[in-house]
Design a protein around this ligand. Sequence first.
Ligand SMILES: Cc1cc2nc3c(=O)[nH]c(=O)nc-3n(C[C@H](O)[C@H](O)[C@H](O)COP(=O)(O)OP(=O)(O)OC[C@H]3O[C@@H](n4cnc5c(N)ncnc54)[C@H](O)[C@@H]3O)c2cc1C
Length: 319
Amino acid sequence: MANVLVIAELFEGKVRKGSLSAITFAQQAAPMVGGGYDILVAGTGAKAAAASMTGYGAESVLVADLPDYVAEVYAPVVAGAGKGYKIVCATATTFGKDLMPQVAEHLKAGMASDVVKVVQEGGPTYVRPMYAGNVLAHVKVKTPIQVVTVRQTEFEAAAPGGGASPVKDAPAAPATAAAARVKVAGFEKVVSARPELTDARVIVSGGRGLKSGENFKIIEALADLLHGAVGATRAAVDAGFAPNDLQVGQTGKIVAPQLYIAVGLSGALQHLAGMKGSKVIVAINKDPEAPIFSVADYGLVADLFQAVPALTEQIKKVL
Ligand SMILES: Cc1cc2nc3c(=O)[nH]c(=O)nc-3n(C[C@H](O)[C@H](O)[C@H](O)COP(=O)(O)OP(=O)(O)OC[C@H]3O[C@@H](n4cnc5c(N)ncnc54)[C@H](O)[C@@H]3O)c2cc1C
């Protein structure tokens, strides 16, 4: 019997790769609550997308075809499907962070968010960072249903293991007053040839040291050469140098690429909270005392306006 329900996130009719981390979490948590897991595919084009989820070891794949995403419409459907499970989980993407607190409210369930580990201590105990990652809290949720979001960088993407889970319709949810009050006016799609920050193998991030949005071109050239994504600090975003969706950190995106190149950023705690899990960190900063050097594998004390173009030219020669 399935005791864990994984919420898969859809984008343009496909399940996002990030959802595979929630499946890995479910594989670890399900034995702790004595059972297996189901996957709920909810969104526009869910029926077609459900087929891509049948090889991940779920007892069933549930489908709810829904209009464009707003939490007020999705939360009652997800909560309706989640009744009877012990854990309802999703990855802590922007979607998961927005949706799951409302799901918890509908289920009158306690919630553990941004979980990095689950351990068996007479039932699941959730480990989650607090105070910008300086403390790891061990959390027990005492309600009959537990709502959880998991940090994508801490749970490997699940690999399809064969098998064929049956596909079923999710139970219909009653219309709510909140859902009737909201409507999607439209979407503005960000078109970029660069990879998504959370999927990128290489990220080049810039901070206030870049001094202007125009100067971000310096790090964009390096990122493009390495087929990477561009990131930014909150200070750079607040100053208008880079758009909000590029922010890395406690209140931005959590990333763990193979290579993170930090340019002209100091390495404030809240920034480190979003990138210190990166495999290799390179820092370029003119201040030898900058805290970013304390987490860097390679550090270059230099003026970025000379060092980054020179580095880009050298890499061009060897590629
Ligand atoms: C609740 C809360 C949440 C936050 N969330 C986030 C978050 O998610 N992400 C985030 O990034 N921040 C976050 N912050 C802000 C954070 O505390 C810092 O203010 C911010 O990260 C600093 O950005 P920065 O490193 O670009 O700027 P600064 O700290 O001003 O650093 C600029 C760096 O550039 C270097 N520099 C300047 N000129 C050059 C040059 N020519 N060559 C080389 N180096 C140069 C300087 O030596 C300096 O180290 C948050 C803060 C709070 C309170």
